[in-house]
Design a protein around this ligand. Structure first.
Ligand SMILES: [Zn+2]
Length: 128
């Protein structure tokens, strides 16, 4: 017996990681910690080479960092601009300290005040 060929639904288009990286790095000026003037921060690229202040924001020394909404490895990585920041390679692989993460969260909360995960993120820590 013959059956009709199944109808395939088109796959939903996903935003590519490259587009997300470019968007976030341009928004954050490459490394968010340098853009915000984090005390004592110097941008370090791959192979421990310093990144020049005038380097393009989307240059190879900068990376996309997923900012978790909760402590621990259970949190889902969300590929959207509200949950990512730009960081230099050296800070990202170090990895970022809890103070540095708090700066990132505060930055994202300021940019996306309507985002429910950001609003409840570490709600005990005060000025969010
Ligand atoms: Zn940096």
């Amino acid at each position: 017996m013959l059956y009709p060929k199944p109808i395939r639904k088109p796959k939903p288009r996903r935003r590519s990681r490259t587009d997300l990286r470019t968007e976030v790095l341009i928004r954050d000026g490459g490394c968010l910690l340098r853009t915000l003037g984090y005390p004592g921060h110097e941008c370090i690229g791959m192979f421990e080479t310093p990144i020049h202040r005038d380097a393009p924001a989307t240059g190879p020394g900068y990376t996309l960092e997923h900012v978790p909404a909760a402590h621990g490895p259970s949190d889902v990585r969300r590929d959207d601009p509200a949950h990512c920041v730009g960081l230099c390679y050296g800070t990202n692989v170090k990895p970022p300290s809890s103070d540095e993460r708090e700066v990132m969260r505060r930055h994202l909360r300021g940019l996306f005040p309507a985002c429910p995960e950001l609003a409840t993120m570490f709600s005990g820590d005060g000025d969010g």
